[in-house]
Ligand binder design. Structure first.
Ligand SMILES: *Cc1c(COP(=O)(O)O)cnc(C)c1O
Length: 200
């Protein structure tokens, strides 16, 4: 199980404390915030983009991050692939799925996953590793179970199609235990690690 510490709004000292406690993966939602933190956090950790990525920031994101978990269009994937090529790297990516079909949420709809996965396979500088989702905010952890189960089914279907995927990123502080029961390989924790988010 990989635990990604969700670092948004947390100062570098808190992230460094998490690293001392054994965290090896940090997730950031904003390119600029990640850039600032990377300048002062020099420990060897893996940096994940977990926030919505504007296409005009794709270039910077491909350089800054080790993984991008929020690929939700072919246009974004193409931009990331070209940027990774220029940066001389192969970028691991996840497709973000809008599993709850919420109009305000990022991610592709479940039926759009397979065509996007096929298209990403043709992009030489991206390595498709799996899927990521943020289900509708749960009132209780069990509310997330059907969404996690649907994600696991999509993941298994892609693997049955021959995609060599190993990462299913789902589960946050409110529901990570249920996510693990339903097959998550990666959970993303903010408040469970750091306490309530500081108000902006
Ligand atoms: C903030 C955030 C998390 C962590 O949320 P918590 O509820 O604080 O654990 C996980 N994933 C994403 C994409 C986030 O933006």
């Amino acid at each position: 199980m990989i635990v990604v510490a969700a670092g948004k709004d947390r100062p570098p000292e808190e992230l460094r404390a998490a690293i001392s406690a054994g965290i090896h993966h940090i997730g950031e939602n904003y390119v600029q915030e990640a850039e600032k933190k990377k300048a002062v956090i020099l420990e060897p950790v893996t940096w994940h983009m977990i926030g919505r990525l504007q296409k005009n920031k794709a270039n910077k994101a491909a350089i800054l991050f080790d993984w991008v978990q929020t690929v939700d269009s072919l246009e974004l994937a193409r931009k990331l692939s070209s940027a990774a090529a220029r940066a001389g790297k192969i970028l691991p990516v996840l497709i973000q799925v809008n599993i709850g079909r919420e109009p305000q949420k990022a991610g592709v709809l479940p039926e759009e996953v397979l065509p996007l996965a096929q298209a990403i396979q043709d992009l030489p500088y991206l390595e498709l590793r799996g899927l990521m989702a943020i289900p509708p905010a749960p009132e209780k952890p069990e509310d997330s179970r059907p969404y996690f189960r649907a994600m696991r089914k999509l993941f298994d279907e892609l693997r049955a199609e021959g995609f060599p995927l190993d990462t299913l990123s789902m589960g946050m502080s409110a529901d990570w235990e249920v996510a693990i029961e339903e097959g998550a390989t990666m959970i993303r924790l903010g408040t469970a690690l750091f306490g309530p988010r500081p108000s902006p």
